[in-house]
Design a protein around this ligand. Structure first.
Ligand SMILES: NC(=O)c1ccc[n+]([C@@H]2O[C@H](COP(=O)([O-])OP(=O)(O)OC[C@H]3O[C@@H](n4cnc5c(N)ncnc54)[C@H](O)[C@@H]3O)[C@@H](O)[C@H]2O)c1
Length: 400
């Protein structure tokens, strides 16, 4: 199968490329390296050192020869996106290439505009090129569980829900109540993809993904093959950040009461789920939504787990409650369905405690790199007030 991975230089994109190549598929990657630049803009770097793409490709080509190719470019550039899709003619497009950080989008107006332009325009360009050149391809798009929001008083379904209103029944999209400019960009994407499927009979799976954690998947047996791993406040996701803090003896920073509940899954299982979806496309013309996570946890519970496992390793982990910079409920009802992937064969392979154990060992090797950028662990992007030391413009500019 020919698989186009948009965002191949990223945390999930690189991991997915390794897996798909091992499975014998042909992989073409795209990236504009905006993630590398934005993390640098935040005064940080990946805890795990990552090679430049040129070197990454050399490693892949040694093992897989002509089965891998790569194009540097920006999806917001219509011609670039169109040329790549027209030339490669993928069977499956996995679209991961977006600005993925909620705090980054909340820094100031420039960062909000950049996030929404990058994400929404890039996706629209992909949809047009899919329609023009590969209308039978399967588009797998990475959205987030955050599209639904977290303050809902009812269970969360997978994409759609049945309602009864004034005596009539119908099925409608589950209400989206996102909590950042980034999360809203994903909602806008979802609406555009749903509309494109209806308009042009395109086929797509929109993944509402939980928060991913972990340093490695099984293909990453040596350091040059490892994926990036961020720990700064803006790009480091919560478990990854707590593990990095534990390793350098920084207190684990729990926002507010810590009752915020989210769905999580290990990187290995995220890659397993995307692979299952690649191999099991929906019906032609269908817009399918899947909720992709393994278990739900409160963030305070995650900090307790990292402390318990870290203490066994003699790390003497401290937990500190800090003022919550986000606008979110700190205690709330949360129960989300996640049946579609299980029906397709998804079986979680990693228990969270085992994964935390592996992460703490992996990160201990890169302790000095985390220590060197420890100021990036607390930047404090306030939802209602942005970042105090506001920057003039994002590291990456957007084209229209
Ligand atoms: N990591 C998570 O916990 C998580 C959770 C839910 C959803 N997601 C979504 O999954 C996707 C991948 O996440 P990730 O953690 O691997 O992020 P990432 O930032 O590591 O990867 C995205 C890659 O896309 C590239 N990119 C961004 N905009 C681009 C553009 N306009 N043109 C070309 N390349 C571009 C970036 O340089 C980066 O390498 C994102 O869409 C993200 O929103 C991630």
């Amino acid at each position: 199968m020919k698989i186009l991975i948009l965002g191949m230089d990223g945390y999930i994109g690189w991991s997915l490329a390794l897996r798909q190549l091992r499975l014998g598929n042909e992989v073409c990657g795209v990236d504009n390296f905006s993630r590398r630049k934005a993390v640098e803009e935040m005064g940080s770097w990946s805890a795990v050192p990552i090679l430049p793409m040129q070197k990454r490709l050399e490693i892949l080509k040694k093992e897989h020869g002509g089965k891998v190719s790569f194009h540097e470019g920006d999806l917001v550039d219509q011609k670039f996106t169109d040329d790549v899709i027209k030339t490669f003619k993928p069977d499956t497009i996995v679209h991961l290439a977006e600005q993925p950080s909620a705090p980054y989008s909340m820094i100031d107006q420039n960062h909000a505009v950049y996030t929404q332009s990058n994400n929404v325009v890039g996706t629209l360009n992909v949809l047009y090129s899919q329609k023009n050149h590969v209308p039978r391809a399967h588009l797998i798009k990475l959205g987030t569980m955050g599209e639904y929001g977290y303050g809902n008083d009812i269970d969360i379904t997978e994409g759609f829900m049945e309602i009864e209103f004034r005596g009539k029944k119908t099925v409608i999209p589950y209400p989206r109540m996102a909590g950042s400019w980034y999360h809203w960009s994903k909602v806008h994407d979802s609406n555009n993809i749903m509309f494109a499927c209806k308009l042009w009979n395109l086929t797509s799976t929109d993944i509402m993904q939980g928060i991913v954690y972990g340093t490695r998947i099984r293909e990453m047996e040596d350091e040059p093959k490892m994926t990036r791993f961020d720990f700064d406040e803006v790009f480091g996701t919560v478990i990854n950040r707590y593990c990095s803090q534990a390793v350098i003896g920084h207190p684990l920073t729990v926002y507010g009461q810590g009752g915020q509940t989210r769905g999580f899954l290990a990187l290995e299982d995220s890659i397993q789920c995307i692979t299952i979806l690649i191999n099991n496309p929906p019906d032609p013309g269908e817009y399918r939504v899947v909720n992709q996570f393994d278990e739900q946890y409160r963030v305070s519970e995650l900090a307790d787990r990292v402390k318990r496992i870290g203490d066994k390793k003699g790390l003497g982990v401290e937990i500190k409650r800090v003022e919550n910079p986000r606008l979110e409920k700190e205690e709330h009802y949360y129960k989300a369905d996640h049946e579609h992937l299980k029906k397709l064969g998804f079986k979680p392979t990693r228990h969270i405690d085992d994964e935390i154990n592996i992460m703490l060992d992996d990160l201990a090797v890169f302790k000095e790199r985390i220590q060197a950028k420890k100021d990036s662990i607390i930047k404090i992007v306030r939802w209602n007030d942005g970042l105090k030391q506001s920057m003039a413009s994002p590291a990456v500019s957007y084209k229209t």
